[in-house]
Design a binder for this molecule. Structure first.
Ligand SMILES: [Zn+2]
Length: 261
């Protein structure tokens, strides 16, 4: 919002200092014609609202870089650039804090589904504009690598989604297709029911990679996942995950953390 207002102010300032490079707006033109018809002297327009003066091909008569720019314009433009840099920096800092929380509560051995981050970002839209999924993943990657170097561990690895497809499976290994709006998992084969994210997180936690550097080598250790469920039960797993979520504000198998700005 503030950005839009600033862009308008910049635009207005440029027009005001280079009035000969712009045509009058339709309304300004009408007014000039009305005054001329009435025999009144023309009014000096300080900020012409029309299109840029251009040749037949649409190229500006005067290049933008030759425009006069006022001191106010330059100040405003510098401010805009500084704000942009500050926003980027704030996003990075936030990503680092969230990443530290995730690694602190889950340890440095993390598996994330390798996927199209662009599609993820589009799906979540505005809620992730504090930082992009890529920024967060990079931060988690760095944090996990640092902790792994000190305490031992594998760091962050990316698992291929083609074979694992955490959200599309049941612990009994049956494929249970779900669309994004299906929030509950109900298996027609073994009868297991539970929160979609919880079941996916459980499968994700038992994903192993033969070669950690190659996402395609990811396999789910189904037996281990079943043992975890049988030993702890869904409620205990849920509690554990929610405890982690308070620290990390979202685990990697859920959507991105919801940060308000
Ligand atoms: Zn099942």
């Amino acid at each position: 919002m503030r950005q839009r207002r600033r862009n308008r102010a910049l635009q207005r300032s440029r027009r005001a200092t280079n009035p000969t490079q712009y045509r009058l707006s339709a309304r300004q033109q009408q007014r000039a014609q009305r005054r001329q018809a009435a025999g009144l002297p023309p009014v000096q327009v300080s900020v012409p609202g029309g299109a840029r003066m251009a040749n037949a091909a649409g190229i500006p008569v005067q290049a933008y870089r030759r425009d006069q720019l006022s001191a106010g314009y330059l100040r405003l433009r510098a401010q805009a650039a500084a704000d942009g840099a500050a926003r980027t920096q704030a996003g990075r800092t936030r990503a680092r804090i969230v990443a530290a929380g995730i690694v602190a509560s889950h340890g440095p051995d993390l598996v994330v589904e390798a996927g199209d981050l662009g599609a993820w970002a589009r799906r979540w839209g505005r809620s992730i504009h504090a930082f992009t999924p890529g920024t967060l993943l990079a931060a988690v990657d760095r944090e996990a690598a640092k902790v792994a170097a000190l305490a031992g561990g594998g760091g962050l690895v990316r698992a291929g989604t083609r074979d694992t497809a955490w959200t599309q499976h049941c612990l009994c290994t049956a494929r249970v297709p779900k669309q994004l709006h299906h929030r509950r998992h109900t298996c027609p084969h073994c009868g297991l029911t539970g929160d979609r994210d919880l079941v996916a997180a459980l499968i994700g936690a038992h994903t192993v990679l033969t070669d950690p550097a190659v996402p395609g080598t990811a396999r789910v250790d189904w037996a281990a996942a079943q043992t975890t469920l049988a030993t702890h039960g869904m409620d205990a797993i849920k509690e554990g995950l929610q405890g982690a979520r308070r620290v990390g504000r979202g685990s990697l198998t859920r959507g991105p953390p919801q940060i308000r700005t």
